[in-house]
Design a protein. Structure first.
Length: 419
């Protein structure tokens, strides 16, 4: 096809897109269904319509023939986010044991440096002890019934027929299994908050598909129960909610460290007492004054950066970053600090974890792919993430205590762009 014909074709397609008689998703049909050529054609059409050159977006390592129908629709290229690394961070978990380098993808100057400083302080003081307390992904379908009597009957039936529901789950997943169900009745609405083990996957899709099979069984045996929505918002997915803070979702993880007072002084440039005071007055009094359900300085900063680097569902930073920072001065004058994440939602298989850069980032931490036994890699990853959150929280609280925050951002986050 000559360049002239190609340009004329692009102009024709652009006009059709603007008129609304051709959808962007249909452009692949003009290049025999090849998704990579389709992405190039889609870019050309958008450039023709908008006058904007998509030079950098066009640069990508992805094969859209593999991603289409799995990770993306209407592809045009890639977004590029700088990736740094913090560490080494000494982690003493049940699954993550040893020194780890943590990849962080972000565009906020000073963030990687801050986490790196926290890693140094924790590692020099003997490392972070980490434990996963709960491991269960939830999905809560909403059923409509006619009365509270029927609502109670539905709940009783679900509890009495647990094996039947487990068999339904087994039909659609090899690694997932039903762990429990929490019912919530509101008038003639019944929310069934199912909890699942999802192996090394974060498990949201697995839980959704499993709940659809459960729905079919319930509706078959109880004709008065009608599933209104597979998600009734009691799960709760991608929204801040007290139920996740209290009951947990995904993985509930705690990381703690005792940071030597000399390390606090030499590495963090402050004193344990000052860090504790900032934590109490900022994270507790300040958060309570604001009506927050989360009492921490910046969990979301570290979690979002790791999620982007490792192909996690970034929208789940909303609930994954709910959590609490606790600090006190020990009898020996050192700093005890801990972070608790009630609903950390991570996986090492599925979703975007198989994308080239994400898989390399996971491999950097020894967490790529499925674990042996099943689920162990995701648990290992959760421990590393929580230890990194501890490092970032420690460093920021120390910077605030020492009045170094603004200076750090001036030095590392506001360099003038040349050219």
């Amino acid at each position: 096809m000559s360049q002239e014909y190609a340009n004329a074709d692009v102009s024709h397609l652009a006009n059709r897109i603007v008129k609304g008689d051709l959808g962007l998703h249909k452009l692949d049909t003009f290049v025999e269904g090849d998704k990579n050529k389709g992405a190039a054609l889609r870019r050309a059409v958008l450039e023709k319509i908008t006058g904007v050159r998509l030079t950098h977006i066009s640069q990508t390592v992805f094969d859209f023939n593999q991603l289409y129908g799995r990770n993306i629709e209407n592809p045009i290229g890639s977004a590029h986010v700088p990736m740094g690394v913090a560490g080494p961070l000494l982690v003493k978990g049940e699954y993550a044991k040893g020194l780890f380098f943590v990849p962080l993808a972000c565009s906020e100057g000073a963030l990687v440096a801050s986490v790196n400083r926290g890693c140094a302080a924790i590692t020099r003081s003997g490392g972070a002890i980490v434990r996963v307390l709960r491991n269960e992904m939830t999905r809560a379908p909403l059923f409509r019934v006619n009365s509270v009597e029927q609502a109670v009957e539905l709940v009783q039936w679900v509890r009495a027929n647990r094996r039947l529901l487990e068999e339904a789950v087994g039909k659609v997943t090899r690694h997932g299994r039903l762990l429990d169900v929490e019912p919530y009745i509101v008038g003639n609405n019944v929310f069934l908050r199912f909890k699942f083990f999802t192996g090394d996957a974060m498990g949201m899709n697995m839980a959704t598909i499993a709940c659809d099979e459960i729905r079919k069984v319930i509706e078959e045996h109880l004709p008065f129960a009608h599933c209104i929505s597979l998600s009734g918002n009691v799960c709760t997915d991608k929204k801040p909610a007290h139920i996740n803070a209290i009951r947990g979702r995904g993985k509930t993880v705690v990381a703690e460290a005792v940071v030597n007072k000399d390390v606090v002084s030499k590495v963090l440039k402050t004193e344990p007492e000052a860090v504790v005071e900032v934590n109490v007055r900022k994270n507790y009094v300040g958060s309570a004054t604001a009506g927050s359900i989360s009492f921490n300085a910046h969990f979301a900063n570290i979690i979002a950066a790791i999620f982007i680097a490792t192909g996690q569902d970034v929208a789940q930073v909303v609930e994954s970053s709910i959590g609490y920072t606790y600090a006190e001065v020990t009898e020996g004058g050192d700093l005890y600090i801990s972070v608790t994440l009630p609903s950390l939602e991570v996986g090492t298989v599925g979703g975007g974890t198989w994308l080239p850069t994400a898989r390399e980032a996971l491999a950097l931490m020894g967490c790529a792919g499925g674990g042996d036994p099943v689920g162990s890699n995701a648990l290992k990853f959760a421990e590393v993430v929580t230890a990194a959150v501890l490092a970032g929280e420690l460093s920021l609280l120390a910077a605030l205590a020492a009045h170094h925050l603004a200076e750090a951002h001036k030095r590392l986050g506001r360099r003038k762009r040349h050219g």
